[in-house]
Design a protein around this ligand. Structure first.
Ligand SMILES: [Zn+2]
Length: 147
């Protein structure tokens, strides 16, 4: 223990002789980032932690996908495990892969939304461009029921 004392960062020196709680230590060492506006969609009472965590990692592109592992210097085949036809990237796994499109299509059907996933993405892009260029655009509900 005495050998480690010189290695204690200056941050902890202020607590050397004080009674400190873990929350005080946490506040001393944590870095605060910009608050993410969509956090309430993922982190809410009764959320399923693993679902929220994966969604969070997808949003910030932090899943250890093969393209990211390759970028970290890990020699690995980047081919998608589902379709074996494209590089495994976060967007590909969740939105572009033929396997994923079928899953999303089934989810849409379970929700009684009978539109192709591709059509939904195209419509979102169209609606995005309408907003960007100041044209009239549809509400979220109108996009879902649109033929
Ligand atoms: Zn794929």
């Amino acid at each position: 223990m005495l050998k480690l004392k010189p290695l204690v960062p200056a941050t902890f020196q202020q607590f050397a002789n004080a009674k400190v709680s873990t929350s005080q230590l946490w506040e001393a060492i944590r870095t605060r980032g910009v608050k993410v506006e969509c956090q309430c969609l993922l982190w809410f009472p009764l959320h399923i932690p693993k679902h929220s965590l994966i969604a969070w990692m997808v949003i910030f592109n932090r899943l250890p996908t093969r393209d990211r592992l390759l970028a970290f210097g890990i020699s690995i085949d980047t081919c998608c495990f589902f379709c074996m036809d494209a590089a495994e990237k976060c967007d590909h796994i969740f939105f572009e892969c033929s396997f994923s499109r079928k899953v999303w299509q089934s989810i849409l059907c379970l929700c009684s939304i009978y539109r192709a996933v591709r059509t939904c993405r195209q419509e979102l892009w169209i609606q995005r461009n309408k907003r960007y260029f100041g044209a009239s655009f549809l509400t979220e509900d109108a996009v879902l029921v649109q033929d």
